[in-house]
Write a protein that binds this ligand. Sequence first.
Ligand SMILES: NC(=O)c1ccc[n+]([C@@H]2O[C@H](COP(=O)([O-])OP(=O)(O)OC[C@H]3O[C@@H](n4cnc5c(N)ncnc54)[C@H](O)[C@@H]3O)[C@@H](O)[C@H]2O)c1
Length: 315
Amino acid sequence: MVNDRKVAVVGCGFVGSSSAFALMQSGLFSEMVLIDVDRARAEGEALDISHGAPFAHPMRIYAGDYEDAADAAIIVVTAGAAQKPGETRLDLVNKNVAIYRSIIPRIREVGFEGILLIVSNPVDVLTYAAIKMSGLPESRVIGSGTVLDTARLQEALGDHLGVDPRDVEAYIIGEHGDSELAVWSSADVAGVPLEDFCEMRGHFDHEATEARIVDEVRHAAYEIIARKYATYYGIAMSVQRLCRAIMGDEKCILPVSSLMVGEYGLSDIAISMPTIIGRGGIECRVPISLDDEELGELHRSAAALSEVIDRAQLR
Ligand SMILES: NC(=O)c1ccc[n+]([C@@H]2O[C@H](COP(=O)([O-])OP(=O)(O)OC[C@H]3O[C@@H](n4cnc5c(N)ncnc54)[C@H](O)[C@@H]3O)[C@@H](O)[C@H]2O)c1
C-alpha cells in the first residue's frame, strides 16, 4: 500500500538535505524518511530540518532505513559522489553505478510501489540503471534530467528579455550534461516566437545571444562548483517541483529523463525531453518539433549517453 503523505530521500549530502528542506516547506507530505550510509548525517539533517517544520507544516521527519521507505509515494535518490572542480558528470559514472547497485536492489527488496525520482549524476545513465535494477515499470522511474537546466535557461532568457521567467516557454533537452541542447526553433514567450519577442525588446543579435545563453546554461554547474564546490538549491527546487507535479497529478510538462521507446528514432536510453507528469509518473513524452540541426544535436547527445551505458555494462 502506498502512503500518499510519505516521501523518502536517499543520500543526505548537499543535494539530499536541500531537497528535504524544500520538501519540508512544500506541505506536500506529512512524513519524510532520510536515509544515508552515514547514519549520523541522516540523523543530524532530520533533526535540523524538523526544527523548521513548526514554521511551515506539521511533519514527522526522521532518519530511517529502506524498510521505512517501502510505502513512500516517492523515493528521491540523491546518493553518490558529486562532481569535483573540472570533473564532468559522465566522469562520475563508475562510482555512482556501484553506489546504485547497493541502493536500488534494497528498494526493490522492500517491495516499493511508488515513484523513484533519480537525481544523482550522471542522471540519465543512473535513471537507465535504476529502471534495469528496480524492476519498476519504466513510467515510475523518473530522472530529474534537464528540469534544472531548463529553469536556468528560463531564468537567463527572462533576465535578457525583462520578463517573468515562468512565461518563457523554452526547453533544454538531451543529456543533463555537456551535450545538452536548447530547442530554439519552437521557443516562445506568451505564444510570440522567441526571436520576434527579442526584437520587440530591442535585441537583434539572435545567433550570438543564443550561443552565449546556451553556453552559460551548459556551464552553470561548473561555474557554481568552481566557486562553492557544489550545487544544491536549484536542484532542490526542481525536486520540489517534480514532487508537486506528481502528487498533484498536474499533467504538467517538464523535461525529465525517461526511457526512450522510439521517439526521434531513439530507444534503450534514458534522456530528457518534455514529458507529461502526473500521479502515475511519466504519462506521455511530448515530441516537440525540432529542426534538422537540433535533431542532429539530440542524436549526438544520445550517442554519447549510449556509449557510457555500454561502457558501464548496464545493457
Ligand atoms: N540532477 C541534477 O540536476 C543534480 C544537481 C546537482 C547535483 N547532482 C548530483 O547529486 C549527487 C549528490 O550530490 P551532493 O552534492 O549532495 O553530494 P554529497 O557528497 O554532498 O552527498 C552525497 C551523499 O550520498 C551519501 N551516500 C553515498 N553512498 C551512499 C549509499 N550507498 N547509500 C546511501 N547514501 C549514500 C553520502 O554519505 C552523502 O551524504 C551527485 O551525484 C551530484 O552530481 C545532481
